[in-house]
Design a protein around this ligand. Structure first.
Ligand code: NAD
Length: 343
C-alpha cells in the first residue's frame, strides 16, 4: 500500500567521476519510474575546502539521519586538507559496521574466470581494526598503529553474515582470518565466528586463513558463498574479488548500520578519467539496485537489472574498462542503451 509514496534518499555525488556516475544512475532510475525523491548533499573534497574537518557537513549528516538511506559517490581527501577520510567519518558517525560486497559473474563481461559460476558475498567489518584511526609517532621515525577488535563488533558482523546468508538462501559462511599470527585480534573473529555460527545449524561454516583465502579466491572462486573478514582483510580481498568478475567499474556495495544504510560503488574517484565521460556507471547502478531492494522496491530493481544485463550482453555501447574491442563508449551512450532496454 505504501508503494505509491516516494522514498526520500540522500544523494551524495562525491568527487572525481562521482558526479558523472551519480547523474547516470539517477537518469536510469528516473527513467524506470523508481518512486524516489532525491535530496542532494555535499561531502568530500569540496567540504574539506570549505573548512569542514570531517569532510561531511552537518546538513549532510542530518539528511542521512532523516532519510535513513543514502546513495553515495566516491569521496577523496584532498592533500593538505582534513585529517581523516570523509568515508570513514560517515561510516563511524552512523556506526555502519557492515560492508556488503556481492561478487557475481555478469552477463556479457568476459574475464579469465567466466563461466565458473562465481557468486559470493564479501561481508567486511567496517568500523574497527586498523581503520579505527589510532596511530601515532612513538618516537621520531617509529610509527605505531593499533588494531582494535571487539567481541561485540565480531558478534554483529558474523550475525550480519549469517542473516544475509539466510535471507539470500545461501548455504555456507567462511570466516577468513589471520588468527594463526594475531591470536587475540584476528583470533577474536575466529572464535566468535565459531560460536555464533553454531547457533545457525542450517548453515555450513568453516574457518580459512586469510592468505590461503586470497589464493583460493583465484584458484577456485566458485567454492565461496559468504566470506566474513575484519576491515583491512575485507577491503583488500573484496577488491581482489571484484577483479574476478570485471573489475571496479562493476563492483557494488552497501554499508549497513542499525539505523542507516548507505550504498556506494567499491571504486574511488578515478581522478585520471574524471570529467571525460569515460566512467563506467555500472558499479553505482548495481549499488542503487541493492538500495531499491533495501527499501522494498523489488519490481523496479528487477526491471533495471534486466535492462542492464541486456545492455552488457549486447555489448554495443560498453565503457572502455569493459568494452570488448576499441576504445569503448561514453558514460552517456551506455546510459542511453540501458534506458532504451528498459522497454
Ligand atoms: P580508484 O578506484 O579511483 O581507481 C582505480 C582504477 O580503477 C583506476 O584505473 C580507475 O580509472 C579505475 N576505475 C575506477 N572506477 C572506475 C569506473 N567506474 N569506470 C572505469 N574505471 C574505473 O582508486 P584510487 O585511484 O586508488 O583512488 C582514487 C581516490 O579515491 C583516492 O583519493 C581514494 O582515497 C579515493 N577512494 C574513495 C573510495 C570511496 O569513496 N568509497 C574508495 C576507494 C578510493
Amino acid at each position: 500500500p505504501g508503494s505509491r509514496t516516494k522514498a526520500r534518499v540522500t544523494a551524495i555525488p562525491g568527487d572525481g567521476i562521482g558526479p558523472e556516475v551519480m547523474r547516470a544512475t539517477r537518469q536510469v532510475l528516473d527513467a524506470a519510474g523508481a518512486r524516489l525523491e532525491w535530496e542532494e548533499a555535499l561531502a568530500g573534497a569540496e567540504a574539506f575546502r570549505r573548512g569542514i574537518a570531517s569532510g561531511a557537513p552537518r546538513e549532510t549528516l542530518d539528511s542521512i539521519e532523516r532519510n535513513g538511506v543514502a546513495l553515495k559517490g566516491p569521496l577523496e581527501t584532498p592533500v593538505g586538507y582534513g585529517e581523516t577520510s570523509a568515508n570513514v567519518a560517515l561510516r563511524k558517525t552512523f556506526e555502519m559496521y557492515g560492508n556488503i560486497r556481492p561478487v557475481r559473474e555478469l552477463p556479457g563481461i568476459r574475464t579469465p574466470f567466466s563461466g565458473r559460476g562465481i557468486d559470493f558475498v564479501v561481508v567486511r567489518e567496517n568500523v574497527e581494526d586498523l581503520y579505527a584511526g589510532i596511530e601515532y609517532m612513538q618516537t621520531p621515525g617509529v610509527a605505531l598503529g593499533l588494531k582494535l577488535i571487539t567481541e561485540p563488533g565480531c558478534e554483529r558482523i558474523v550475525g550480519l553474515a549469517a542473516a544475509l546468508a539466510a535471507a539470500e538462501g545461501r548455504r555456507k559462511v567462511t570466516v577468513a582470518t589471520k588468527a594463526n599470527i594475531m591470536k587475540l585480534t584476528e583470533g577474536m573473529l575466529k572464535r566468535v565466528g565459531e560460536r555464533v555460527l553454531m547457533e545457525h545449524p542450517a548453515l555450513q561454516h568453516e574457518h580459512m586463513i586469510v592468505d590461503n583465502c586470497a589464493h583460493q579466491m583465484v584458484i577456485r572462486p566458485e567454492q565461496f558463498d559468504v566470506v566474513v573478514m575484519t576491515n583491512m582483510n575485507g577491503d583488500i580481498l573484496s577488491d581482489l574479488a571484484a577483479g574476478l568478475v570485471g573489475g571496479l567499474g562493476v563492483a557494488p556495495s552497501a554499508n549497513l548500520g542499525d539505523r542507516v544504510a548507505m550504498f556506494e560503488a567499491v571504486h574511488g574517484s578515478a581522478p585520471q578519467i574524471a570529467g571525460k565521460g569515460l566512467a563506467n556507471p555500472t558499479a553505482l547502478l548495481l549499488s542503487s539496485l541493492m538500495m531499491l531492494r533495501h527499501i522494498g522496491d523489488f519490481a523496479t530493481a528487477r526491471r533495471v537489472e534486466h535492462a542492464l544485463y541486456v545492455t552488457l550482453e549486447e555489448g554495443r555501447e560498453l565503457t572502455g574498462d569493459i568494452a570488448r574491442e576499441g576504445p569503448g563508449a561514453s558514460t552517456g551512450a551506455f546510459v542511453d542503451r540501458v534506458i532504451a532496454n528498459l522497454g
